[in-house]
Design a protein around this ligand. Structure first.
Ligand code: AMP
Ligand code: GLY
Length: 423
């Protein structure tokens, strides 16, 4: 079998790494991939938004199965483009990926079907939004409706911040057309957990839980980033909570999408918060999380491709999906200055040495090849995943890896996996 993975980050590297365990796959391609992914798959220089070129490539190379990793192409309809040509592809169609692509859509869906989430109103008119804002208590949360590279959510502690934020989104169009509509919602508090799930349009199977650290600096300080590290399982998400979420959130969401004529096939990511009134949905994503995937997939015992094929064929209910009873921690090595300004092009050392450790996996996010050497090429450069019998062992292992790999201006958090909560 020949498989194509679309995307270029640590998440796609984790997908490729997982697929490599399947002996029936003779060749894995990744478009566009990165230098590190290129060590495990053949990278193809086609961008994730170049749908025609991707479809042509899949036809020409007789690709049997394509997996879309990223949100932009999914929301833009890449799955529809593949299906139109009779190609097998894993991911939600455009009319289902809207669950991530429009926050107003996802909030309305939750309201209509009684799925627990923060109270909200959505607006397309600035004056109306401003009037509503004036009537609300602070803190408040303002969200640009569309995709904004993970930056379109403003947590506003004061009225001034909220007014400024609303203007930036709706009038100054800081996030472009993503700000044509906004959701203004109640500020919630509590620990957060990411539960990713496999879906075939009817059946939903949650994966093992994960938590991420979004801020740039230790102690959850500094700016919001794409994610500085993750761990799995979550420290507070119990089996009972999972059963409860299955009844109140997971299955109701998949049923709601089917009822709306938008069956969800692919990975549905539930961003959840445990509030004093129980578990609530903070956000949906229509894809694997990054860097959640880098701790979830190493714990998957069942073959990933088999599960994905079952999703596409609507046969997920027949699958028995198994996980290792262990823990994983991913520490992101970033370029100093990320997420604002940073330099690129520094040589990465220690990658051969780290291969000797069978409980450490290195996932490449922003690397390139220069004069036969691997160099840094992005804000988030590598994710070092450590695997252990429990979280503490996994933390120890991941940080052993962090010591081995080195490059100029290396920045990482020293407290990944060490979150503590008072529930
Ligand atoms: P999102 O882009 O939707 O993942 O939001 C980014 C982050 O903003 C979430 O992970 C939460 O930490 C925070 N957030 C989003 N919505 C709320 C809310 N209603 N109350 C408090 N925090 C929120
Ligand atoms: N780690 C958060 C996300 O992938 O959206």
């Amino acid at each position: 079998m020949k498989v194509l993975v679309v995307g270029s980050g640590g998440r796609e590297h984790a997908i490729v790494w997982s697929l490599k365990k399947n002996a029936n796959i003779e060749k894995i391609y990744c478009a566009p991939g990165n230098a590190g992914i290129g060590l495990d798959a053949e990278c193809v220089p086609i961008g994730a938004m170049e749908f025609d070129k991707l479809v042509d490539f899949a036809k020409k190379e007789n690709i049997d199965f394509t997996i879309i990793g990223m949100d932009d192409p999914l929301v833009g309809g890449v799955v529809d483009a593949f299906e139109k040509e009779g190609l097998r592809v894993f991911g939600p169609r455009k009319n289902a990926a809207i669950i991530e692509g429009s926050k107003a859509f996802s909030k309305d869906l939750m309201k209509k079907y009684g799925i627990p989430t923060a109270k909200y109103e959505s607006f397309t008119d600035y004056e109306e939004a401003k009037k509503y804002l004036d009537s609300q208590e602070m803190p408040i949360v303002i969200k640009a409706d569309g995709l904004a590279l993970g930056k379109g959510v403003l947590i506003c502690m004061t009225r001034e911040e909220a007014e400024e934020g609303l203007k930036e989104i709706m009038l100054d169009k800081k996030f472009g057309s993503a700000g044509n509509a906004v959701v203004i919602e109640e500020f919630l508090q509590g620990p957060e957990v990411s539960v990713l799930s496999f879906c075939d349009g009817k059946t939903v199977v949650p994966m093992v839980s994960a938590q991420d650290h979004k801020r740039a600096l230790d102690g959850d300080k500094g700016l919001n980033t794409g994610g500085m590290g993750t761990f799995s399982p979550s420290v507070f998400y119990t089996e009972e909570m999972n059963e409860e979420c299955m009844k109140t959130i997971f299955q109701p969401t998949v049923d709601a999408m089917a009822k709306e004529g938008r069956p969800f096939v692919g990975i549905l990511y539930f961003g959840l918060m445990l509030t004093k009134d129980g578990m609530k949905v903070i956000e949906y994503n229509a894809r694997f999380g990054d860097p959640e995937t880098q701790v979830v997939l190493p714990r998957l015992k069942t073959d990933l491709l088999e599960i994905m094929e079952a999703c596409v064929d609507g046969k997920l209910a027949d699958m028995n999906i198994e996980w290792y009873d262990n823990a994983a921690v991913c520490v992101v090595l970033a370029s100093g200055g990320y997420p604002v300004e940073y330099e690129k092009g520094f040589e990465i050392k220690g990658l051969d040495e780290i291969k000797k450790y069978n409980n450490i996996v290195v996932f490449h996010a922003g690397t390139a090849e220069k004069d036969g050497k691997l160099v840094t090429n992005g804000g988030r450069v590598l994710g070092i995943t450590g695997i252990g019998d429990n979280i503490n062992e996994a933390i120890k292992t991941a940080y052993e890896g962090v010591e081995i790999v080195d490059f100029d201006k290396k920045h990482f958090r020293t407290d990944i996996g060490r979150k503590e909560y008072k529930l």
